[in-house]
Design a protein around this ligand. Sequence first.
Ligand code: CO
Length: 225
Amino acid sequence: MSADLQTLFDNNQRWSEEIRRSDPDFFPTLSRQQAPKYLWIGCSDSRVPANEIVGLLPGELFVHRNVANVINHTDLNALSVMQFAVDILQVRHIMVVGHYGCGGVQCALHDRRLGLSDNWLRHVQDVKYKHQPLLAGIAAGRQHDALCELNVIEQVVNSARTTVLQDAWSRGQDLTVHAWCYGLSDGLVTDLGLSVSGVEGAEQHAARAAEAVRARHQGGAAPNT
Ligand code: CO
């Protein structure tokens, strides 16, 4: 085995031993059930490790990640994760978590071609086109941060429109979707001020959150990236 991969097995052995030493029941308990309260939908970026950022252990966070944290209505992978999390695990919170410095958002913003993934990033470009007037009013150096935030807001709206969430809300399930953005430069999560707990009003809440993006980035403060 290559030295790179051997290191991973060595790390794994050490990690497993450390946990079993501090809590001998940890793995046996975890192997019998998982009962996470949260579903994290984030970017695949290696610098955005979901559990570590919010200090949750294995078993506490259900996770779906893809390039630029997109929720697309025909993505059976994301929809299946959401359905399992909502119907079976009964999570209470879904957080859509973008991050500043996102390569996918950067490519969408500047029409940069990568290959096959350009087609996936069309969804982020749709967000850019939808909010073109807002973005045009923001200095070039701030547009990336603003589009990262707008993308999260639109993906929250997309998630609220899925049959999975609509069915959950129509049967009275307690479930809220949140819009968050993570900073690579300081490790901090920002709440974008959008929490959706039903189909009603999701559009208006999102429009208000988008206005807050405009207000935040029209000023002269330093960008997050
Ligand atoms: Co990213």
